[in-house]
Unconditional design. Structure first.
Length: 256
């Protein structure tokens, strides 16, 4: 290992791994190009007051460690392991598609959009007039002017709207060429708690700072989608003791 040539300093976001404690032999993962990691160690104290301005005694009560994480990449495994507790289906993805301008044909006045990647129609997301931008109204019966009905991915329009140009938006799923994964978010019982370990490392001038938290319950996942900016997932959690009454490890490369 390269010798440390300066006093210990910690610079940059480092690297962070997580692993489920709730699941036996769970696979560890890199959280995905960590951008920020914060650890807030707090203690509640109690003051004993007399007639003077300053307390006679101060005693420490409870303590807590809160962590917050911001990642540059989106990890489905992180979001699921931290809070959702579901099961991913590898090789199935979902997407949204909008057709090109298409003229409503003559009888039976129907258009059947073709999902990309030989996918499966999943959900109607609306129809607009391609020339005016005016939305068509969804109905369950026979459509009249400015209306449409949809069943099993087949869109039916009114005879009076024949030759109108429309754009159809819909959600679909696909497996052909799908290299990703998808998850149906479960509604687990109250008390279902996902516990993870967090292992972090940052190195500067050969000096490594290492942090491991043995038991962490994540309290939130926040995603913000903005104009002209990247979405970076933000995670928050709380550490607690393991069966050996230990919280974690902090390792430094110096004796200071």
């Amino acid at each position: 290992m390269t010798a440390n040539v300066v006093a210990q300093g910690v610079f940059g976001p480092g690297v962070l791994y997580f692993q489920s404690v709730s699941t036996a032999n769970a696979t560890p993962y890199n959280i995905g190009s960590i951008n920020e990691l914060s650890m807030d160690i707090k203690a509640d104290v109690k003051d004993l007051w007399g007639q003077k301005q300053f307390p006679l005694l101060v005693a420490t009560g409870t303590k807590s460690i809160d962590v917050s994480i911001k990642a540059a990449k989106t990890s489905g495994q992180a979001i699921n392991t931290f809070l959702l507790g579901g099961t991913f289906t590898i090789g199935t993805e979902y997407d949204i598609s909008t057709t090109a301008s298409t003229a409503i044909p003559g009888t039976p006045y129907q258009i059947t959009p073709t999902p990309p990647s030989t996918g499966t129609f999943n959900k109607d997301l609306g129809v607009i007039n391609a020339d005016t931008g005016q939305p068509y109204k969804l109905v369950t019966g026979t459509p009249t002017t400015g209306q449409y009905a949809v069943s099993a991915g087949v869109y039916t329009f009114a005879a009076a709207d024949t030759t109108d140009l429309v754009k159809i938006s819909f959600a679909y799923s696909f497996t052909s060429g799908a290299a990703g994964q998808s998850l149906i978010i479960p509604n687990n019982d109250i008390g279902t708690t996902e516990v993870v370990t967090l292992d972090y490392k940052s190195t500067l001038y050969g000096a490594t700072y290492f942090l491991s938290l043995f038991n962490v319950v994540m309290t939130g996942v926040k995603t913000s989608h903005k104009v002209s900016d990247f979405m970076m997932p933000e995670y928050s959690g709380k550490a607690f003791a393991n069966a050996s009454d230990q919280i974690g490890i902090i390792s430094l490369a110096t004796l200071a």
